[in-house]
Design a protein around this ligand. Sequence first.
Ligand code: DX5
Ligand code: ZN
Length: 245
Amino acid sequence: MISEILIAPSILAADFARLGEEIAAIDAAGADWIHCDVMDGHFVPNISFGADVIKAIRPVTKKIFDVHLMIAPVDPYLEAFAKAGADVITVHAEAGPHLDRTLQAIRALGKKAGVSLCPATSEGAIEYVLDRVDLVLVMTVNPGFGGQSFLESQLDKIRRIRTMIGDRPIRLEVDGGITRDNAAAVAAAGADTLVAGSAVFRGKSSADYAGNIAAIRIAAEAGRVPQSQDNSAQPLRVGESARLR
Ligand code: DX5
Ligand code: ZN
């Protein structure tokens, strides 16, 4: 099944001193989703922000909050992020021993459930939870920092996960080192949702942001292998909140 390309700028690359303005700017510049990188300094060697920041920025935009939890343990914090305004809550398969239960808990909170894999983790780790998720997030860098280089090794994993997904209404998101130069390759491999931080926020003005987002989108769309349209079950779309489940 083919679904439209979505671009999800990561606010980790935004100017934190003007976070609300930056989010309004990428919203106006054509961002489909807002990717919020939550880091705890334990699961990843960096600390970013928590649920209170998500709550503070929620009124700034109506766009989907795509919350990427790079934290462990994760279960104790799910409700706080759900209440703060997350629409998609993505957890790492590596963050704890009971992934199936965690994904069920996200859906029980009325949110879309995502699972993310670090570069060294095989796609086999999600084989038995595909019916628990609305999104699979393939890390194309080692999580923890923006501005890193894209790991080519992940292209094969993206292709394999695209095959595993089959006709399920699941989005395949990629995250880390995504630019206009590799967007075609990740889209051709099967990604339909592209996170980009430094490639969107460079230039530091909304005019630059709009051009950066458009360039990534155009490159990704150009890279897609034409497939037959199948509208049987559409995955998450722009502006769609928790309505598909
Ligand atoms: C890394 C984060 C990514 C990162 C993307 O741990 O999950 O979302 O912020 O930033 P760039 O696009 O600059 O690699
Ligand atoms: Zn991320």
